[in-house]
Design a protein around this ligand. Sequence first.
Ligand SMILES: Cc1cc2nc3c(=O)[nH]c(=O)nc-3n(C[C@H](O)[C@H](O)[C@H](O)COP(=O)(O)OP(=O)(O)OC[C@H]3O[C@@H](n4cnc5c(N)ncnc54)[C@H](O)[C@@H]3O)c2cc1C
Length: 288
Amino acid sequence: MSTERDEAEGSQPLGIPRVAIVGGGLAGLCAALRLTDLARESNRSLDITVFEASDRLGGAIETLHERDYLIERGADSFLTKRPIVRLCERLNLAESLIPTDVRYRGALVLRNGKPYPVPEGFGLMVPAKLLPILTSPILSPKGKLRLLAESLIPAKRDDRDESLSSFVRRRLGDEAFERLVQPLISGIYTADPEKLSLAATLPRFLEMERRYGGLIRATLRRRGAVAENDGSASGARYGLFAGLKGGMEELFTALAKQVEISATVVTGARIDRVTREGEKWCVETRSA
Ligand SMILES: Cc1cc2nc3c(=O)[nH]c(=O)nc-3n(C[C@H](O)[C@H](O)[C@H](O)COP(=O)(O)OP(=O)(O)OC[C@H]3O[C@@H](n4cnc5c(N)ncnc54)[C@H](O)[C@@H]3O)c2cc1C
């Protein structure tokens, strides 16, 4: 194992600027592609190196093929209103984009070792329908009553941000948070909802409380006016998502191929330290 010291100089007046990108997941590869595109558009040269600690690119995204099954170990689809669709077009993957299959939309959560469908109409944290909540085996009678009492909970008065967990526990109760909302949210953000900012992640629910006084009130007031949830879907708004025919690996394989044309990609290279020495940034990697 050798220790390598790589000095990435922000902008040398005479030399070619060097850029070190730490991580070969989607963010790192997209950053490399964007930089090479910008450099080409402005007729400049950049010396870009992507350092990836593991022996494969893609980070949290990994597609497995087993017999006739395509299995995603991470993300399986993405919101079509995000720039990722433009990225697919840029990578000639537009033909591979597929919408979610309406027959299989919906989410299941595990309760006592068994998967149960999320109550119909329960969109992340808004109960759009009463009966499916009342008949769902996921919540106890007490948990159901607490959830449905949401419209009686006064709106928070101050403008301070709060965690996603704090918002949901406050409005829908602990049980609805732990048994329903937390599994749905962690499937989207794969992060601890105690640490996720509500304003940064799901501002539309914050807006519902601020504007209408609560989630149920907002749904009742907006019903008909906004097609937020047609009342039958549950979980995330799957109609707004798309995937790729060959799985998400299609995306990072095409991305990596494009990036490797104009940048150096090193796998098995964990960056241990990034330090600044005068005008220079030093990136230290221990490569195998
Ligand atoms: C189970 C799961 C399901 C998901 N489902 C969806 C979904 O359906 N739709 C959606 O939009 N999003 C989904 N996500 C989120 C999405 O996959 C991630 O937001 C995205 O892939 C993150 O990309 P990233 O490049 O920021 O991070 P990562 O993919 O985590 O990549 C970071 C990379 O950096 C490398 N690295 C870390 N430290 C160093 C270091 N010191 N030196 C060198 N390399 C380093 C890591 O090895 C890794 O390869 C899901 C995530 C998971 C885990």
